[in-house]
Structure formats: structure tokens, C-alpha cells
Write a protein that binds this ligand. Sequence first.
Ligand code: CA
Length: 222
Amino acid sequence: MTVLLVEDDRAIADAIIDGLDDHGIAVRHVVLGSEAIAKVKDPEITIVILDLGLPDMDGTDVCREIRRFSDVPIIVASARETEMDRVDVLELGADDYLVKPFGIKELIARMNAVLRRASGSPGTITHIEVGSLVIDSRTHEVRLGAESIQLTPKEFELLEYLAREPDTVFRRSDILRDVWHTTWYGTTKTLDAHVASIRKKLGDAGWIESVRGVGFTVRRVR
Ligand code: CA
């Protein structure tokens, strides 16, 4: 594993680099957001640890920019600790959020958890079919009949999560926990927005049915 550390505070960066080095984890360190966006294209990078307050741009913009072309796991590490910040960065496609200060052991545990989720455990379903809807978990491709559907990474994750068990009603709280990795119910608006967007892209709201007071289920439409 090679970590891309995006951090402008020298002392914090040194502590993280030394701590990860003690565990045999290689670190590439950059200070600027623009450097991070360039460096993350290097295939050796397996995970990004991203500070939000950077000299040249906001870390949230760095996160958004990376998500345009890469699904590389991103852990935001920041001193900002309001829930809005946390939800914001998760919405932007970050995989987890650590509030400074944090210990190396906690960081490594989070990194391992994020990488496990990203790679999928052995025996994970990689191909889901619900009628004419086909979801490929390896390539992140979604097709509806012959048509390719372009989803954001989070939309993909949500649809994949629901479609694994069609006709099963998933509770909102479970979806937030498993897809957004949060138990903060303010995120429920985000969930609704993602469902609305997926329905629009699939061209038929019937693919994802709302079950009032409970949650959502994927139904076979055609
Ligand atoms: Ca900073």
C-alpha cells in the first residue's frame, strides 16, 4: 500500500509519515491541492489522506476534483469537526473522515476498513441483474438494456447496495450506515437526492420504490 498524504502542516505530516513508516507503509507527501490532483494519477497510490485547509485550494475541492477521474479511497483528516463538514466531504465522495488529532493506530484501522470496502471481500457479487438493469461491481458499469448509465460513485454504491436484494426494503438508517458510513440523520436529505438522481438517470422512478416511513427497495421495471 502507498499512501498519498496531502498535508501542509509540517509537524503533522512528519508525525503521520513516521507513524506509517513504523508500520511499513510507504508515504508520498505533497503540500498543495494541485500537487495532490496530479500525483493521485500515479497508479502506485492506493489511498489518499487529505487535509482540508491547504495553501492553494480547499480540500473539499481537491476531493471533488479527484472524484471526477478516480475512485481511489480518500480519508479526509481535518481539524474541522462540525457535522456539516463531515457530511459535506462524504457527499463529495470521501470514504471516511478523521478529526484531528488522531493516533496512528486509528488512522491505520480506518485505512484498512476503507480499503477492505473498496476491494470487496472474496465471494462478493460482482454482477447484478434486475430485469434489464445490469450492474457490474468490478468495472462500476451500469447498463439498462443496451444503454450505458453514467452514475456518480456514490449513486453507483447506493444502487448496487439496493439492487443486491431486489424487493427487499432497506431501512434509511441502514442505508446511511452502510453506504454513507454515518448515523447522522441529517444525511437523509442527501439520500433522497441520490435516489431522485438515479431514478432520473434510469428514466423510470419505479426502479427505486419509496416505502413510506421505512426506506427504499429496488423493483424490476422491465
Ligand atoms: Ca492544513
